[in-house]
Design a protein around this ligand. Structure first.
Ligand code: HEM
Length: 485
C-alpha cells in the first residue's frame, strides 16, 4: 500500500523481505508464470524484484488503457546500465523516452509505415528467391538459411548493401553485436545491471570484469553500426547506392548535420539487433508448424496452385486471392509469439489505474501469450488454425489483437508492416515450391518432432530440429533455378 495515496499496488504473490519475488519467477519461461498468476490475481497484477516493482498486463483492455491511452507516461525504458557504460544506449529498443529516441523513431516510422514498406517488396522477393535456392541445394541447413535470409533482408533494406554469403564482413559484425549485446539486457545477466552504482568503482577491484565487457561492446557496436553506413556512403559517392532507408533519408534531408548523421547511423544500426532474431524465430517456427500439420500445408498449397496453376511463383499481387495463406502467416505470429513478454516499458509518473497505485519508475510488461492464447479470444489456443483469421465465407479477416505480438503503445515494433509482408511472401513462395514434412532416420522411421521445445527468454526459438524439405515437382525446381539469379 502506497503511503501517499493509501492505495495498494496491483495484486500479486506475497513478497519476502529483501529478496521479494526473486525465486517465484520461471527463469526459462516467465510468461508461463505470469499466465498462471493471472488466474489468481487478474489481468493487472504486480510483483517485485529487489528494488523494482513490475506490473504485468494480461488483457487487451488493460494493455490499451495504459500503454496506448496513457502512452505519454508509459513509454520509457530501463536502459540496462551495461549499455550506458558501453555508450550503447543509442540502441533504439533500449533507449530512454527522450529527444534522441523521438528523432530515431521518426526515421524508422517514416521508412517502415505501410506506404513506405511497399517499396521494399522487390527486395523481399529477390531475397526469398535466394532463400529457396539455398533450400534446394542444402535443405538440411534450413535453420541457418533462415538466419542468413533475415540478416541479408535487414542489411539490404537499411543500407542498400547486398550480403553475398554468410562470411560477409558486415553481416559478421552485425551478428557479433547481436550475439554479445542482446543477452546483456536480462536483469540478472550482470551484477552491474542490478547495482548500477558498481560502475563508479575503480576497474582494478575484483568483480569489475563488466568494465572490460562494456569496452568490448562499445567497440563492436561502433563497427557494426559504422561499417554498413560507410559502405552506403561509399556507394552514394560512386553513384551506385541501391534503394534503402538510408538513401531515402539522405535524399529527403540532403545536408545532414553531424548530429543528424550520427542519429541516422545509430537508428539504422539498431535494426539488425532488434529485427534479426525475431523474424528468424517466426520463420523457424513456420517449418516446425508445416512438418507438424500436413493438412494446413496441403490446403495452403492447393490455394496457391489454384492461383498460379503451378506455372509461376506467387506474388504480392496475388495476396487478395490467397486468404488462407495470408491467415497462415498471421496465425504463425500468434501460435509462437517470438518475443512473449516484449520489452518492458517504464513509467515516468505516478499513476492510478482501477484503484491501484502504479508509481513512477515501475516496469510494465504486456504478456502477449496471455492475450493471444486466451481461450475466450482464441478457442483451442494451442492448436494451429489459420481459420481464426478468416470470415465465414473464407475471406481474410484483420485481427487487431495480433499486434500485441509486436508490443504496444508508442514503443510498438516499427517494422510490423514489413514483417507482415515478409512472412507472407516467404510462406507463399516456399509452399508453392516445397513440401515440408517430418524427417526420417536411416531406417525410414519418422524422427519425432516436439512443438514445445523452445529456448530463449527475450526472443524464443524452436530448439534445433530436423525436417525434410523436398521440391514439389521438377517444374518447381525449374522455377526456383530460373528466378534465383
Ligand atoms: C516477427 C518479427 C518481430 C517481432 C515479433 C517483433 C516484436 C517486437 C516487440 C515485442 C518489440 C517491443 C515493443 C514494445 O516495447 O512495446 C519490438 C520493438 C522493436 N522492433 Fe520488432 N519485432 C519483429 C521484427 C522486427 C524487425 C524485422 C525489425 C527491424 C527491421 C524490428 C525493429 C524493432 C525496433 C527498432 C524496436 C524498438 C522500438 C522502440 O523501442 O521504439 N522488429 N519488436
Amino acid at each position: 500500500r502506497n503511503k501517499k495515496t493509501h492505495l495498494p499496488y496491483p495484486p500479486g504473490p506475497r513478497r519476502l523481505p529483501l529478496i521479494k519475488n526473486l525465486f517465484d519467477l520461471s527463469n526459462t519461461a516467465p510468461w508461463v508464470t505470469y499466465a498462471h498468476w493471472r488466474k489468481q490475481y487478474g489481468d493487472v497484477m504486480s510483483f517485485e524484484m529487489p528494488g523494482q516493482l513490475i506490473v504485468v498486463l494480461q488483457s487487451p483492455k488493460a494493455a490499451i488503457d495504459l500503454m496506448d491511452k496513457r502512452a505519454s507516461i508509459y513509454s520509457d525504458r530501463l536502459t540496462p546500465p551495461i549499455y550506458e557504460l558501453a555508450n550503447f544506449d543509442w540502441m533504439i529498443s533500449a533507449a530512454r523516452y527522450d529527444t534522441y529516441w523521438r528523432s530515431g523513431r521518426r526515421i524508422l516510422d517514416r521508412s517502415m509505415r505501410p506506404a513506405a514498406t511497399t517499396k521494399h517488396r522487390p527486395v523481399l522477393v529477390s531475397k526469398a528467391r535466394d532463400f529457396l535456392k539455398n533450400l534446394l541445394t542444402k535443405p538440411e541447413q534450413f535453420l541457418e538459411h533462415v538466419e542468413f535470409l533475415q540478416g541479408s533482408v535487414i542489411i539490404r533494406i537499411s543500407y542498400g548493401y547486398d550480403v553475398e554469403n554468410s562470411q560477409d564482413i558486415i553481416l559478421a559484425k552485425s551478428r557479433s553485436l547481436a550475439h554479445v549485446a542482446a543477452p546483456l539486457v536480462l536483469p540478472g545477466a550482470l551484477l552491474v545491471n542490478t547495482f548500477p552504482s558498481l560502475a563508479r568503482l575503480p576497474g582494478w577491484l575484483p568483480g569489475m570484469g563488466f568494465k572490460a565487457l562494456a569496452h568490448k561492446v562499445h567497440k563492436i557496436a561502433e563497427v557494426a553500426a559504422g561499417g554498413p553506413w560507410d559502405a552506403f556512403k561509399d556507394a552514394l559517392n560512386k553513384g551506385v547506392a541501391l534503394p534503402s532507408i538510408a538513401l531515402d533519408e539522405y535524399e529527403e534531408q540532403k545536408e545532414l548535420t553531424e548530429k543528424e548523421e550520427r542519429d541516422m547511423v545509430t537508428s539504422l544500426g539498431s535494426l539488425f539487433i532488434a529485427g534479426s532474431d525475431t523474424t528468424t524465430s517466426t520463420l523457424q517456427s513456420m517449418f516446425l508448424m508445416l512438418a507438424l500439420h500436413p493438412d494446413v500445408q496441403a490446403r495452403a498449397q492447393a490455394e496457391i496452385d489454384a492461383v498460379t496453376g503451378g506455372e509461376r511463383m506467387p506474388t504480392f499481387e496475388d495476396r487478395a486471392n490467397l486468404p488462407y495463406t495470408s491467415a497462415l502467416s498471421r496465425e504463425l505470429l500468434r501460435w509462437r509469439v517470438a518475443t512473449p513478454t516484449g520489452v518492458p516499458h517504464r513509467t515516468t509518473e505516478d499513476d492510478i489505474y482501477e484503484g491501484y497505485f502504479i508509481p513512477k519508475g515501475t516496469l510494465v510488461i504486456v504478456n502477449a501469450p496471455a492475450i493471444l492464447h486466451d481461450p475466450e479470444l482464441y478457442p483451442d489456443p494451442e492448436a494451429f488454425k489459420p481459420e481464426r483469421f478468416l470470415t465465414e465465407d473464407g475471406q481474410y479477416k484483420e485481427d487487431p489483437l495480433i499486434n500485441f505480438a509486436f508490443g504496444a503503445g508508442k514503443r510498438i515494433c516499427p517494422a510490423r508492416f514489413l514483417v507482415d509482408l515478409e512472412i507472407f511472401i516467404i510462406s507463399a513462395m516456399l509452399l508453392s515450391t516445397f513440401t515440408v514434412s517430418k524427417a526420417r532416420d536411416a531406417d525410414g522411421i519418422e524422427v519425432p518432432l516436439d512443438a514445445e521445445t523452445y529456448e530463449g527468454v527475450i526472443v524464443r526459438h524452436p530448439k534445433k530440429y530436423k525436417c525434410a524439405i523436398v521440391p514439389r515437382s521438377r517444374k518447381a525446381e525449374e522455377l526456383i533455378m530460373s528466378t534465383a539469379q
